[in-house]
Design a protein around this ligand. Sequence first.
Ligand code: SF4
Length: 260
Amino acid sequence: MATRTKTDAQAAKAVDTARGALLEQIAESEVGEHLGHIAEGERVVTHLFECTLAGYRGWRWSVTVARASRAKQITVDEVVLIPGDEAIVAPEWVPYKERIQPGDLSPGDLLPVEEDDPRLVPTYSFGDDPVDPPLSDNDRAQVRQVADDLGLGRVRTLSIEGRDLAAERWYGGDGGPDTPLAQSAPATCTTCGFLVRLSGPLSELFGVCANGNANDDGRVVSYDHGCGAHSEVQLAKRHEPQPLPGHVFDTVTHEEFEAL
Ligand code: SF4
């Protein structure tokens, strides 16, 4: 159970000492009422004073005083400005990497990936496709050596976790089967001539739309996605353009027709 710190009576009474220390550094016009004190530890007390600086509503001047054991003299530890409950403070710091959202990158921006990012594994340990049965250490070393010698291949490739995350994101996104566009499509992408097939494990579920007239042109789509620009879509008779009626002679404003 937490024990309450006993307030040192002399340190608690040292309001004038605390105010004096504050006024050595801060203009008197910026210091308001004494708001109380907090027992910080044995013979250590913090006195709080209202801050009357414009724009600092709710902030307090905090002056910590202390008394040595068996001493009568009070000494000043520190003077700082701290926010109270009603103070306007900056939002909690969020690292740049966590703040950035898809689509935020501008030309020239860099977004480094952590060395131990679980979405990636060294290519030589996994390859672009799962190897069955898995490579032995010796085989891996040979593959890496060959890749190094030839200058081929990427250093890292998607891990199973990275692949699953991408598949979930794509399937649940605009290229998946649950969008209004896909729900009202006459057929799915799997039968569409504009679907470009991928390679690797993600190709079991996804391809890329290559129809310049479709909303998803250039984007990953799931096989059960679809849209009205499907290559085999046919207009029903009632949707086809109606034939125009023949020309009508204007016999009201054109006199020459009277001569006919
Ligand atoms: S045109 Fe439509 S149906 Fe065809 S691949 Fe693209 S999104 Fe799928």
